[in-house]
Each structure stands twice: as structure tokens, then as C-alpha cells.
Design a protein. Structure first.
Length: 70
């Protein structure tokens, strides 16, 4: 539902629907969390945040600006 609210004219689906994008983001976040638990010294939470913003920026260009401020 949140992705529907932020989808705008600049939205580029790359052939995916919003549900598939949401599932992919969830999988990315789960993978980051698992990596952090398995290797806490080598994977930083900030890396996960940047990865998620980069993923979202590929669909929603406005997220690129947010990624650069973090």
C-alpha cells in the first residue's frame, strides 16, 4: 500500500508490478538481516539501509536523493 502511495509519474516498474517490488524489498531486507546476524562484524546496518534505498531508487527516482543524504 505504501508503494502505491509513492508511485508517481517518474515510477519505472522495469516490468514488475508493485507487489513483486514489495516482495523483492522484503527479501532484500531479510537477507541483510540474516547477513548481519551471521557476520555482525563485517556487515553494518548502514549498508543494509543504503542497499534498500538503492533498490527503491531503481523504481522510484526520488529515493536516490534520500540515499545520498544518509
Amino acid at each position: 500500500k505504501i508503494l502505491q502511495q509513492i508511485a508517481a509519474d517518474k515510477f519505472n516498474s522495469h516490468g514488475m508490478n508493485l507487489q513483486a517490488i514489495a516482495y523483492s524489498l522484503t527479501a532484500l531486507m531479510t537477507g541483510c538481516w540474516l547477513e548481519y546476524l551471521l557476520s555482525p562484524g563485517s556487515f553494518k546496518p548502514q549498508d543494509a539501509v543504503q542497499a534498500c534505498f538503492a533498490f527503491l531508487a531503481s523504481f522510484f527516482p526520488d529515493f536516490k536523493q534520500l540515499d545520498e543524504t544518509i
